[in-house]
Write a protein that binds this ligand. Structure first.
Ligand code: MG
Length: 454
């Protein structure tokens, strides 16, 4: 029993598992009962991405929620940030989103969102797990059950909300040609329509919903965005836009067909926002490039580093009243809209920047502070991770460092981040410096610190 109580289902972004292995209909129904007990009834949104198991788990989770008296408002297929925005707009008590975000097709998952539109914190997840394992379910009598209400109208509200935060006229005047690759998933239901309404000429690839992901895998990264890059170049588009499976993240391709890393697009967006709102606070996880710090400092802003994880970034944005947050994986959190990652909002912000700066994306990238970045992984057992970390922390005591998630050591010429992965049996070593040789030297040192303590 003790072993059961210490088990955890939640990772850095909700529950994830392989369909019909860890994630069975029975498990999801029981989790629905636990979630309904946690929410204490109320009005709960449910929705999913395009995965083949989406409607299966929407029904399974709904059954559990309804058994505890929740009224379940089914938005069907929708981007995660669209559902998150709609929670506050329609005064719901929360949402259960069936998505595995960027994971491969055989996965699915559950994101649990509170009434503020932000995924629940680790402390709240512990409460949900306790209800689940203790089976302290609040099942209702036959005449107190909830019901499902179809609620497909959130996308218009979401698109209008985004338009309220951008310069619609400036974008309309430019009539940009844009290629969008939503990975055969729910980004296809909002981003192309939104950009069309903003006067862009929109070309889509992989835009039919298909949980087999025939076009590409749902994680946007250089290896999966080759078709988008080729299309942008071939048709002379101004910009390429790619989302992950639930469209909370956004990757860009410049007009030459080059894929822009998330740190760089994030840096461009942060610079633009701080230029218009100087002295504001920016939040980013410790894994982001030092380039972000250079940009924030140059605009008189304040940068706050957090542990890795989008919910951690969202909570910190709320806590310190930051204007924007970003992750190197293409996550942009623009607080005046909502303090969570939002792929369509990131896309429109970037288009506004192109419209107002009258520069191309490649020209904007060229202006960014330059760092050579080296990323290495070192295998280690999960059991040894904390012992190794303790030793590394002891050895790096004398340096200027942050220890909120592994250790990030700051040098005049660059930085070294050493952290155990939260999901894999590896240590990650990220180093960067303005000079390539120095970055290599830092990497060698960081790797040696891990290896000698293995
Ligand atoms: Mg995602």
């Amino acid at each position: 029993m003790i072993i059961m109580l210490t088990r955890t289902f939640f990772g850095t972004n909700g529950i994830r598992g392989i369909v019909n292995e860890m994630l069975t209909p029975e498990f999801v129904t029981q989790m629905g009962v636990a979630l309904g007990t946690y929410f204490m009834g109320g009005k709960i949104f449910i929705g999913c991405d395009s995965r083949t198991s989406g409607s299966l788990f929407v029904k399974a989770a709904s059954a559990g929620l309804i058994s505890t008296g929740c009224n379940v408002y089914d938005v069907e297929y929708a981007a995660t940030p669209a559902i998150q925005y709609a929670i506050k707009h329609f005064k719901m008590d929360g949402a259960v989103i069936i998505t595995a975000s960027h994971n491969p097709p055989e996965y699915n998952g559950i994101k649990v969102v509170g009434n503020d539109g932000v995924e629940v914190s680790r402390e709240e997840e512990v409460k949900i797990e306790k209800i689940f394992f203790d089976k302290k379910f609040n099942r209702k009598k036959w005449n107190e059950l909830g019901k499902t209400i179809r609620f497909p109208q959130i996308l218009d509200v979401y698109k209008e909300a985004i338009k309220n935060h951008i310069d619609v006229d400036a974008i309309r005047k430019r009539r940009f040609k844009v290629v969008i690759d939503p990975a055969n998933s729910v980004g296809a239901l909002s981003t192309p329509q939104l950009l069309h309404e903003l006067g862009c000429e929109v070309i889509t690839i992989n835009a039919q919903l298909d949980g087999n992901f025939p076009g590409r895998l749902p994680e946007p990264k250089p290896e999966t965005l080759g078709d988008l890059a080729k299309t942008v170049k071939a048709i002379g588009a101004d910009l390429g836009i790619a989302h992950d499976g639930d469209a909370d993240r956004c990757f860009f391709v410049d007009e030459r067909g080059n894929i822009c890393q998330g740190d760089k697009s994030g840096g461009i967006i942060v610079d633009y926002i701080l230029q218009r709102n100087p002295n504001q606070i920016v939040v980013t996880p410790i894994s982001s490039s030092r380039m972000i710090e250079d940009i924030v400092k140059s605009r008189g802003g304040t940068l706050i580093w957090t542990a890795v994880g989008s919910t951690t970034v969202s909570k910190k944005i709320q806590e310190v009243n930051a204007i924007i947050g970003l992750e190197g994986n293409g996550g942009i959190f623009y607080a005046p809209h909502q303090p969570v990652r939002d792929g369509a909002l990131s896309a429109t912000l970037m288009i506004e920047i192109l419209a107002k700066s009258k520069k191309t994306l490649s020209q904007l990238i060229e202006k960014l502070p330059k760092y050579f970045i080296i990323k290495k992984r070192i295998e280690c057992t999960n059991e040894n991770k904390q012992i190794i970390l303790k030793k590394i922390l002891k050895e790096t005591e004398k340096y200027n460092r942050i220890t909120i998630d592994g250790v990030k050591i700051f040098f005049e010429e660059g930085s070294v981040l050493i952290r155990p992965s939260g999901t894999e049996a590896i240590y990650r070593v990220f180093t960067e410096a303005k000079d390539e040789e120095k970055a290599k030297e830092f990497a060698k040192w960081g790797i040696s610190l891990v290896k000698k303590n293995l």
